[in-house]
Design a protein around this ligand. Sequence first.
Ligand SMILES: [Zn+2]
Length: 266
Amino acid sequence: MIFDEGVRWEMLKPAEFLERRAVKPVVYLPMGLCEPHGHIAPFGLDTIEADWLCDQAARRFGGIVAPTMAYHIHEAGYHGPWLEEVMGTVNPLLAALPPHLLLETLLYQFRAFRNAGFRAVVVVSGHHGSQKDLRMVADAFADKFPIQHFVRTDPELVAGQFTGDHAGRYELSQLLAIRPDLVDMTRAARVDTDPLGRFAQNPDVTMATAEEGAAILGASLVAIGNAVSAFTFNDDEFSHICFDAIEPLAAELNARKKHWATLNVA
Ligand SMILES: [Zn+2]
């Protein structure tokens, strides 16, 4: 990934950080992971897409992009049977975290964002399925420490216009628009001959086009732009939140574990 250095928290110096934050105190958190995306695409497709959307959004609508969260929930709950379906017994070469670690981390990420003076958080997850729990965390944090937030997975951004998929036409179209150099469509037929089998590749993947990808990404950015323009800002001072203040919130969320979408199979 080639980051937009002018909007990335880790690449900004303090003067430019404060300048950007003063204009638009919005922080974007890209989320993704490494998981199988067929023979034609790299493991980090979800991350690459989320990074791209956040960089573009910050450039167009203002704000700063937080360090990417490149590990995500997998294997647990409904992910287990899904893996079995698309991978069989093949090693998926995953970089996954269990829900409790990911969700608690997100809680502390919100703390970091608020302490760093942001007044609104945009979370864009390129990995679909965990959205209910991500929003549960955002809501729980904002109830206690008010902050505006917009938390979506990528297919949610374009709901009603495009249908999300996994390693198929929808996802590969976007990667073709962002990083065509990382796609090798000549490998699509390997699903029939390779010992790795399908490797989670979707049968319609060869229908992907960069044009469709650009349309999907454009619609996604419109949705993010609308969310950012709905945020309102004032000069209220926020007091610092210490680590200890988050612990009861984390405990409360953990106590509701049996209701977490990411732990349920259905
Ligand atoms: Zn994906």
